[in-house]
Each structure stands twice: as C-alpha cells, then as structure tokens.
Design a protein around this ligand. Sequence first.
Ligand SMILES: [Fe+2]
Length: 361
Amino acid sequence: MSNRRQFLTRFIVGSLGATGLGSFFLSGKDKPSIAQSSPKESHILSETPDQTFEGSPIRIATLSDLNGPYGTTAYRKEVRQGIAHILQGKPDLVLCGGDMIAGQKRGLTRQQLEAMWASFDRVVAAPLRQANIPFLFTFGNHDASNSRDRQGNFNFASDRQAAADYWNAHSANHASPRLTWLNTSQYPFFWSAKFDDIFLLSWDASGFRLQGEHQKLAWEALKSPIAQQASHRIMLGHLPLFAVAKGRNTAGAILANSQYLLTELQRHKVDLYISGHHHAYFLGRSQNLDLLHLGNAGDGSRSLLVGDRPAGQTLTWVDAINNPGQFSYTTIDLKTGQAIPLEAVPGQITGFDGRTISRYS
Ligand SMILES: [Fe+2]
C-alpha cells in the first residue's frame, strides 16, 4: 500500500470511528459518517499527497424521486425525515436527481402545478434555504418531462413552464458564495457551474431522449479548461445509463444510446454521474466513472434486478475528498436511519440490453 493510500485509509477509518453511524437523528454538531465504502484508487492522484489531505472534504447530500401519486401536494414521511437528516448533517451542498413534484399527468391545471411546487418549496426547499444549504437539481419526468409528440411539441409543455417559472423565481435556493454559474443559457433545463473547485453539470434527462443540443453543450462545457482543471467533475441526469431495477428494465427507462454516452462521459473525464428514476439505490463503477443510482425518497421503491435486498427509501452522502476525482459514499436507509453497506447490493447487474454494470469497489 502506498503512503498516499495508507493516509487515505487512516483518514477515512478515523472519521468513521469519530462519528459513527448508529443514530438517525444526529446532534447538531455531528455529521454523518464520512465514508461507508472505500474510495477507489485515484486515477488522477496528486503528486504532493500529504498536502492534498488537508482540510475537510466537501460534503454533498444527494436525494431523488421525492414525489407521491400524480397531482398530490403531499410528501411521505421519509421525504421529511430525509430533509431533517440533511439539516442535521449540515452538508455543503444538496444535489437532487429529479422528480421533485408529482406532475406528468395530462389535465393537471396551472393552479395544481403551482400548488405542487409551492408544497415542494414548503417541505423541501425552504428549510434548506433557511439553513443556508444550497440546492441544485436535475429535472425528472414528473417535474418537466421532455417527451414530445409526433410534431415535435412537448407533451407536458405546461409542466415544463411551471417548473421553469418556479426555479426562475427561486434562485435563492441555490444561493452560496461558493457557487459560480458557468452556462445558464438553458437554465433550468441545462446548466453548468462550479461549487468551490467541483465542476457540476445537469442535462435534461427527464426522458430517454436527450436533446442533441444538450449533448453538444455538455461536451463543450466538459472540454473547457475550467472543467478539466476542476478537482472533481459531477454530472446529473434523471435517467441512468444502465438498467438496475425491476419494473425499469426497459429501453424507455434508461437514456437512449447509453453505451455511446457512457464512453463520452469517460472520455471527458467525468468522475461521477448521478441519476434517479429507478427508485433503487445502486452504486456502480465503469472504468474511472462512478455511477450513483439514487434510491427514491418518495413513493414507489423498487427492488434491484439482482439479489433479495428489500426495496426502500434512501439518500446518499457523497463526500468529495481532497484527492482529485475521488469520492466516498454513505447511503442511508430512510426508514431505519442506518447506513447500507456497499456489500448489501449485488456485485453486478445485467440489464435488458445485455450490458452489465459492476458495483463500485
Ligand atoms: Fe422519474
């Protein structure tokens, strides 16, 4: 084991020992455990290792799929517990994988859509805003579906308008002196930004077809020196690149041309792709790219395609550790407050398309 690796292991084990994982409701000054899974071997290790471990990691809370049944303004208790857990954990940043409200039903009125966003604001956004915890997101199909009819018009144009109106009026949800916007030309559907030295990009993966324009914008943004020189590169998209869950093992539930997109993300040195939609937590890895499939916080938890782990709501702590491109992860079962060991999920999952994703290691 190299000195760097030994130092990293000590750092993580020490943090685990210091904070523990037992309590769901942590005291105000305590933070959730720094790591449940070992960090991957770095692919861009610094040559000045001892200096790179100074200071705190950037702690990011990630959650997804908060919605209940179509049209509801209610959030189930696991969503509220998840927000309470985040408030107690005091992350630097929250990233959401989409499906914040329960839209995507024909006939929902503007008034109903506004009521759902108002409820999201009350239950999710306002408590974080008041705690000065910035919140960034990608849209899901229940927020702002990008599906189109044969003429090319959006099937849920009113959902998209209401979602854009809410976010354009609530930039305070993102507010942080540590956040620098880079490309907001298509905000809130596509955006890129830096948080400290972490590059962040969200594209509109609210349906299986990505807009060509968003792909072009994404590759341009990722190629830029500001992205390539960032310490970590994170992308957010609601639909994943691999099928992992029962009931989501279909072409419509992952991004079209996923293998091509995966290769492009790797070629552009993305370190982490965060997705939702499958309602089942699975942390995968392909070459140097971590693929975090977030579980849901709202209704409709699903089982993974492999194994017998019971379905259930989760959220995941992502710590951008002080080593470029590396993260450590802790996923919490929102019913019990306990961390889910990485080994509780299967080592590999093969989807309908014959493509296999391996567990992070
Ligand atoms: Fe979804």
